[in-house]
Design a protein around this ligand. Structure first.
Ligand code: HT7
Ligand code: ZN
Length: 860
């Protein structure tokens, strides 16, 4: 497959002001008639042909201005039509079989209903069309089909007419979307659905009808989604000044979906996982996920739909910005510091490894073969961090001036990342010339920080290096904004936070008035997405873990205490007395957290959490997953033993808090499961008993799943009984059965590989349902104890899966490749087996473009 380059962008030679689509719907046969009004694009090079993209389509008929076109030919899957005039009308008829569409791109059948997924290049699987985001068109659509099979007919925009056939067997609906849009935002849904309906009055006084459509039987699990939608609409008005622009906003939940959700204009399509919730079947994490994703898709109405992307290299323009918007929204709806910590954990757990591996790319990539492979943590999450840095440097008010200007300037356009940065410069007054490097350079900067002290002056020396990444051997220094504070060790306070911007390879910053060497608190709030190597003593970390007034910095100190010990212990750098002293300090710091009555439990839970195995591995040039696992579990055992009583008192206190969805009760649930996981390492018999009792008494899914998660890792009678009970209790509820698969695949049980192998043959396992595939295999690939099994069985299992899944659902298959691509950072025996697995995939006679690109880049 050819490589597509950002530098090759050229405007499309034709405009398509209006598009008329007629769908005669059937699960096995849908006929699509497309009428395109096309005219020459005055700002593009003149072309004698129009390229209409197709993907696996059969053309039933084609006319130009009602007759035979002057010429036409196929170029691969695309249709080229000769057009000699300035304006033409093209009519194209295609026939498709949605029931055969297992890729879930384009028009497909899911549980008897029809739905679409067009981003990024799915529309070309429906009809021949210039399927690129810079071709904006106004759509009117007629849908018709059997009334009994498809009682609900939905499309973008507003329903303008409807009716039924003379015999009443068929019906039809006519939809019109007044907002010009690219084809990737097109959507339709036809099926037997019911809706929770509500309304929202915008700040301009317009009433908007809101519907959340689900299958019959799921309606009582839609309240949280609807409330989240209304909160999102209000928040976007208040914080970004953005008002909704149609009279109708529909959400539809489908159970077969490649990603989380899709922001189609006025008709968002969601994975059921991000819609359905009640306290019996959804965890606190699920509730938060729904609020975040509903917000994210809704916010796209402005950052994505009203202002869209010129080409797919600009994906972060909409995704990075919208992730930042959903993060700020969720922070405002709950605990700001805890949300920040969660976001950083995702960034470090997923994006940092991506940035240091063979798939590293800038947030605005320079080339791709398959765009679906670039819906990455880099484009989304690092993209959000880059915009967050601009916000930090500008301040909230100026940032808002920048976003207002961006929306005003580019409303109705297909814009670029450069347009965004320019609006930010003009709106905020910041000079972002050098800052643009964040868009073009991949790799996580490393910053060394040393603080020295002389007389009454403290000097902070900061040195940055941006590591080489594939195709980018040499990097330039980037502007890195650090929020810092210097603590007086004795008073335990600081005299104010400062913002320092490191914009050279190395710089020194001086601070006067310190009789003693202060304690440095740096990258507060995680103000920059970099990794810091600071010259800090354990005693200073203990100080910060207890005293820092920035919650993120406090969390960071706690993580650094544990990570430093674990890295030292795995590398053999610590002798027994140093080890003992370090474990003692960590235990003391944790005890202070357990007993700090100023802390709320949601934050306490963050401070008590151990760094993940993959994060520890990331701190080492070459990691031995087996050794890290042993060291991490040993520390957990040690801490669980030392803090046993204090943790159990904490558990007992948390267990008194009755169920509710408020922060206090959520915090109590988080604490209970955390205590259970420490207990599982230090006193497994007691933990099994406690977890079984928590499971049995649970009146909500958070407690029940937390208890089962702990039990799943223990070899006990309680484990088998509760796993069986869980399955029997919730069989038939797909989202909960997903949890049942995932709990077993991510467990610490020594037989996890065999368990996953067995679950593959479970009657409820289904390779065609991405949620089910992810629940078993993504959970497994993220479980170091199983995936990195010493004999390589985990790697072989993932390679087998990729090969089997690739012809069915290439997008989902390709998403499993990066886990194997980490081989360069893993000890040599395992690395060889990971490479073998990749090479075996690469040798397959026929691979999708998605998997081929990921495997070849991973083998590099
Ligand atoms: N913008 C949406 C991306 C998306 C997607 C991309 C490729 C294949 C399937 C997909 N489903 C949704 C989701 C979002 O970021 O809001
Ligand atoms: Zn998005």
């Amino acid at each position: 497959p050819p490589e597509i380059r950002r530098s090759d962008y050229a405007p499309f030679p034709w405009l398509v002001p209006t598009t008329r689509l007629e769908f005669e719907l059937g699960l096995e046969r849908t006929r699509v008639t497309a009428r395109l009004d096309v005219e020459r694009n005055p700002v593009a090079a003149v072309s004698p042909t129009i390229r209409l993209n197709g993907d696996g389509l059969e053309l039933a008929s084609l006319t130009c201005d009602g007759g035979e076109p002057e010429g036409r030919m196929m170029d691969g899957d695309d249709l080229l039509v000769t057009l000699s005039g300035d304006r033409h009308v093209l009519e194209i008829v295609t026939e498709i079989d949605p029931s055969a569409n297992s890729q879930l791109m384009g028009l497909y059948a899911s549980g008897g209903m029809l739905c679409t997924q067009c981003e990024a290049e799915g529309f070309r699987r429906i009809t021949f069309f210039p399927d690129r985001p810079d071709v904006l068109s106004t759509y009117s659509v007629r849908m018709s089909g059997a009334k009994a099979q498809f009682p609900v007919l939905l499309c973008n925009g507003n329903r303008v007419d409807s009716g039924e056939s003379a015999d009443g067997g068929d019906h039809w609906a006519e939809w019109h979307d007044p907002w010009p849009k690219p084809s990737y935002l097109f959507a339709l849904v036809a099926g037997d659905l019911v809706a929770r309906s509500d309304s929202f009055t915008t700040m301009g006084g317009r009433d908007v009808e809101l519907n959340v459509y689900v299958r019959d039987g799921d309606l009582d699990r839609t309240e949280h989604a609807m409330e989240s939608l209304k909160r999102s609409m209000k928040w976007d008005e208040e914080v970004f000044g953005r008002e909704y622009d149609l009279d109708l906003f529909n959400i539809v939940a489908v159970s077969d979906f490649n990603m989380g959700a899709m922001e189609n204009k006025g008709l968002n399509i969601f994975n059921t996982k991000y819609v359905l919730a009640d306290t019996e079947t959804a965890t606190d994490g699920d509730y938060d996920g729904i609020e975040g994703v509903i917000g994210h898709e809704y916010f796209h109405n402005w950052s994505g739909n009203r202002v869209t992307c010129r080409d797919w290299f600009q994906l972060s323009l909409k995704e990075g910005f919208t992730v930042l918007r959903d993060q700020l929204f969720s922070a405002d709806m709950g605990s700001e510091p805890v949300k920040r910590i969660e976001d950083v954990r995702i960034l470090r757990g997923v994006q940092f490894p991506e940035d240091s591996g063979p798939l590293a790319h800038p947030i605005r990539p320079d080339s791709y073969r398959e765009i679906s492979n670039f819906y990455t943590a880099t484009v989304y999450n690092k993209g959000a961090e880059v915009i967050r840095m601009m916000r930090t440097m500008a301040g909230e008010k100026a940032f808002r001036r920048g976003t207002d200007l961006y929306f005003k300037r580019h409303d109705g356009e297909a814009a670029t990342c450069e347009d965004f940065v320019r609006a930010m410069e003009d709106g905020t007054g910041l000079d972002l010339e050098q800052f643009r490097l964040w868009y073009s350079q991949a790799g996580t900067p490393k910053v060394a920080a040393t603080l020295s002290h002389d007389g009454d002056v403290a000097t902070l020396k900061l040195t940055q290096t941006v590591p080489p990444t594939p195709g980018q051997p040499d990097k330039k220094p980037m502007p890195i904004p650090f929020r810092v504070a210097l603590f007086d060790r004795k008073a335990g306070t600081h005299s104010g936070e400062q913002l320092l911007v490191l914009d050279r390879a190395s710089a020194e910053f001086t601070f006067e008035g310190f009789a003693h060497k202060p304690v440095l608190s740096i990258n507060r709030g995680f103000s920059a997405p970099v990794s810091i190597e600071r010259d800090v003593s354990r005693e200073e970390l203990v100080f910060l873990a207890a005293r820092d007034d920035d919650p993120f910095a406090r969390y960071e100190a706690m993580q650094e205490l544990m990570t430093g010990y674990l890295v030292g212990s795995v590398s053999g750098d610590l002798d027994e007395s140093e080890s003992e002293a370090a474990r003692g300090d960590i235990a003391e710091a944790l005890k202070a957290v357990v007993e700090d009555d100023q802390l709320d439990d949601l934050m306490r839970g963050e401070l008590l959490m151990m760094p993940s195995q993959s994060y520890i591995g990331e701190q080492m040039l070459v990691a031995d997953p087996g050794a890290i696992h042993v060291a991490r579990e040993a520390l957990k055992t040690d801490l669980g033993t030392r803090l046993g009583e204090a943790l159990h008192r904490l558990y007992d206190r948390a267990a008194q808090v009755p169920f509710s969805l408020d922060a206090e009760a959520k915090g109590a649930r988080k604490i209970k499961t955390l205590v259970l996981s420490y207990a599982a390492a230090s006193d497994p018999a007691k933990a099994a008993e406690l977890a079984a009792s928590q499971y049995d008494r649970a009146d909500n899914m958070t407690d029940r799943q937390g208890a089962l998660m702990v039990l799943a890792g223990l070899d006990s009678a309680e484990r088998t009984a509760r796993l069986l009970d869980f399955y029997n209790r919730y069989r038939g509820n797909a989202l909960v059965v997903d949890k049942w698969f995932a709990l077993q695949a991510s467990s610490l049980h020594p037989q996890v590989v065999a368990h996953v192998e067995a679950l593959r043959s479970h009657p409820d396992f289904n390779l065609r349902n991405p949620n089910r595939v992810r629940s078993l295999y993504m959970a497994f690939a993220a479980n170091p104890a199983g995936f990195h099994a010493a004999d390589g069985a985990g790697y072989r299992m993932i390679a087998d899966l990729v090969l089997e899944l690739d012809p069915i659902n290439a997008q989902t298959a390709a998403r499993f490749v990066p886990s194997l691509g980490r081989w360069r950072r893993i000890e040599e025996k395992r690395a060889a087996m990971m490479r073998d697995a990749l090479e075996r995939i690469a040798r397959a006679p026929k691979l999708s473009r998605d998997t081929f690109e990921q495997v070849t880049r991973s083998l590099g």
